[in-house]
Design a protein around this ligand. Sequence first.
Ligand SMILES: Nc1ncnc2c1ncn2[C@@H]1O[C@H](COP(=O)(O)OP(=O)(O)OP(=O)(O)O)[C@@H](O)[C@H]1O
Ligand SMILES: [Mg+2]
Length: 337
Amino acid sequence: MPVAPSKPIYTGKAKDIFETDDPNILRAYFRDSATAFNAQKKGEIQDKGKVNATISTLLFQLCEKNNIKTHFVKQISDRELLVKRVKIIPLEVIVRNIAAGSLCKRLGIKEGKILKSPIVEFSYKNDELGDPLLTRAYIINALEVADDEVLDAITELTLRANEMFKDFFLNIGIKVVDFKLEYGIDSSGTLLLADELSPDNFRFWDVKTNEKLDKDRFRQDLGNVEGAYQEMLKRVKEGSHVIASGLSPRNDANIKSFSVRVQVLPKSDILDPQGQAVEKALSSLGYKTVKDLKIGKEIVFKINTGSKSEAEKKVKEMCERLLANPVIEDFKIEIGQ
Ligand SMILES: Nc1ncnc2c1ncn2[C@@H]1O[C@H](COP(=O)(O)OP(=O)(O)OP(=O)(O)O)[C@@H](O)[C@H]1O
Ligand SMILES: [Mg+2]
């Protein structure tokens, strides 16, 4: 698709938006500039534009695979995406799984509190007003930027996207704390997920260490901002590669290897001819004090699971289904790390 070299039709805080030869297609150019606290804090994060363009591409593709329609058309360079032109609904659609940011400030609750159920909330996308939190009635009756039906559709899509993202990111060792989405309506009237999907508008914490791997590193001067963005790019690429290759996702963060030893013996009230024969033979060799000899088997292997109790549960099931005959045999399981 030819790309018109032109002046941006919109210069935002993180991206420039250009028209193309096709009136329905826009080109989004991702810059390195970073802002926080409604642009009161400004800076640069080296290569952020490249990271965010590529992460957005991979996550929009993930959405499309899961029947969530997006504005994404294609990535044309390391910083540029072609997207379908939409009329952006001026709402910041925020999903929260774990308390952080403005929720903690507003309600005085501790960062890190796991919310009973995911929360979807709406803010007015309006920098001059400081993106205020909205009620449903404000949106429908005061601002009139969406009706009941559209808000229901947005809420349903957003919660579905949340479940999909939580799964995807858990497999690359990341907790999705919260994120902000923007939706728009295209020329045919279809509701599309738009804007970007990146560490600028998601809070990502490492599963093992709770290390912040998103724009909070910039907001809170935590250092190594570039490193966090690069780490997220690496992990998202890895997660996408696993999905594309059709392999079951690897969960480095949670999977451990356990050694298993299973002992199987005939039950005490069951006749064990082999045991009896050996006991008799020992007796004839002079070992007459040997009693109740049983002969069984020992099975050893390794298993990869999330926890010792999960390993125990699986091995017990294996014993009941195959490794032992529960009618005539007892089994004993030992699990080590
Ligand atoms: N497919 C699209 N069609 C039209 N506009 C879009 C599309 N996707 C994103 N946008 C808009 O383009 C702008 C992207 O620029 P950027 O993210 O830098 O903006 P921003 O500084 O966050 O500005 P804003 O305060 O408007 O969100 C946003 O206003 C966003 O709503
Ligand atoms: Mg933006």
